[in-house]
Design a protein around this ligand. Structure first.
Ligand code: SF4
Length: 459
């Protein structure tokens, strides 16, 4: 029988098919962080149940961490408490923690792939929506709730229904100035915030093939913003090269066996999907959001739809009107970072655009590496100096202003161009107005102090 990539990985992990139609799925790795794990550990403690396979769990502190002076005690009491709780739980249960200041610390969806903990063919879960990021390496990876975090800690298995399969094929060559973030915003805007409901998405086509592994992570990361359970991409030679030699990758002696298995991870010709969509890369331009859902996105030089009556609440929150054009709109903050766009290639792209230039005086611009390794690499390449000379604050790793859960908040009423993945009301702080964009578009806004079509300033 012809199988999709998703079916191959899911089916290989089914421990038991239940009478009600759901599957008991073996989970190869669970990532945890300080926000969604405390209740799970408390539940285990109450029931006197140990973590079954501590070596299959990896912890990091990311959501609550400050991005300045990480060597000092954390000032915010709630954040400090959560970080302490994570440390205690990991210590008591033998779980490896890459805590604040550790050389492998960083955003959970950045460190997994970069450390070689995320590998093709795996099932991966985390109590975090954007676990879909790991699918870029050919894994079935998805976010779970707190009670499920406890279930997986206790049993290394998860009970759930198998999602339906969707394939999204993107073909053609992207134009200069158009990034992976623009591609996924274009797709989400076309399919809607619920377009992927109940499905696991495979991204395919020669546009995706041409992307780097990091660009593919940006694509898979935002699958959840169209309601999909997750997203994944078949591993290819780029994936194999990316995984080989990383800190926790299989040792060279075991690599041949691993490569043989990974090479079998593709959708068979003729395999059937429950839904299929096709996109033309040549029609995709730099994108920007105008509302309070990632699906409320439009070409950067476009106009907010005139039929936006059903989006009135979002436009009121953003203080935009139907018919407004975002190009030229003044902004206050720029945030470049997050598990969507906080990787070394993102930092390189921004540094390349702003080198030798100065950001607008009216703008506060933060650039936050997704992990300690990204920070170290950026410093080794001198990117920190380029960015700081341009006026960016080059911060230490963490989720930062992707969400208003730490010190990096955007003040109410202020506009922030963010490379994060969510622009919900209050996402970056109470009353903050978030405009999602790709790193180059965000960097262009920092330079000019208003929204700019980056294509007009590229050489
Ligand atoms: S960077 Fe943002 S989306 Fe990613 S894990 Fe952190 S808070 Fe969640």
């Amino acid at each position: 029988m012809k199988k999709t990539l998703f079916d191959k990985i899911w089916d290989a992990h089914v421990v038991k098919k239940m009478d009600n139609g759901s599957d008991l799925l073996f989970i190869d790795r669970q990532f945890i962080h300080e926000v969604t794990s405390p209740q799970a550990f408390a539940g285990l403690r109450e029931r006197g149940v140990p973590v079954l396979f501590p070596s299959r769990v990896t912890a990091t502190a990311d959501h609550n961490v400050p991005t300045r002076n990480q060597h000092l005690p954390v000032k915010d009491e709630m954040s400090a408490k959560q970080i302490r709780e994570l440390e205690k739980n990991c210590r008591e249960n033998g779980v490896e923690l890459f805590g604040l200041g550790h050389r492998y610390n960083g955003i959970v969806h950045v460190i997994g792939p970069e450390l070689g903990l995320t590998r093709p063919g795996m099932t991966i879960v985390c109590g975090d929506s954007h676990t879909s990021t790991h699918g870029a390496l050919g894994t079935v990876a998805f976010g779970i709730g707190t009670s499920q975090v406890e279930q997986v800690l206790a049993t290394q298995c998860l009970l759930g229904e198998k999602p339906k399969r969707m394939r999204i094929t993107v073909s053609g060559k992207l134009s200069a100035g158009v990034a992976a973030k623009d591609v996924i915003l274009h797709i989400i805007a076309a399919l809607g915030a619920a377009g992927g409901n109940g499905h696991f998405v495979e991204y395919a086509g020669n546009t995706v093939d041409a992307m780097s592994v990091e660009e593919r992570m940006t694509i898979c990361n935002m699958s959840i913003e169209m309601g999909a359970r997750g997203g994944l991409i078949a591993p290819d030679e780029k994936t194999m090269a990316y995984v080989a030699g990383r800190t926790f990758s299989p040792p060279p002696g075991d690599m041949n066996e691993a490569l043989a298995y990974w090479s079998s991870l593709y959708t068979d010709a003729g395999a059937v999907f429950d839904a299929e969509y096709f996109f033309d890369a040549e029609k995709i331009v730099p994108m920007i959001t105008y509302g309070t859902s990632p699906a409320q996105a439009l070409p950067v030089d476009g106009w907010i739809p005139g039929n936006a009556e059903n989006e009135k609440r979002a436009l009121d929150y953003m203080h935009f009107n139907a018919g407004d054009r975002l190009v030229g709109k003044k902004i206050d903050f720029v945030f470049i970072g997050s598990c969507t766009n906080g990787r070394i290639e993102d930092l390189r792209a921004v540094a390349g655009l702003v080198a030798g230039k100065k950001i607008a005086e009216s703008v506060t611009a933060w650039i936050v590496p997704g992990s300690k390794e990204v920070e170290t690499q950026a410093r080794a390449e001198g990117l920190d100096r380029i960015l700081e000379s341009a006026g960016f604050e080059f911060r230490q790793p963490g989720c930062s202003a992707c969400l208003g859960m730490n010190e990096d908040k955007i003040p109410g009423g202020k506009y922030c161009v963010s490379t994060g993945n969510r622009n919900f009301e209050g996402r970056q702080g109470p009353g903050a107005r978030t405009i999602l964009a790709a790193p180059l578009t965000a960097a262009a806004a920092a330079l000019y102090g208003y929204i700019k079509d980056v294509r007009t300033i590229l050489n």
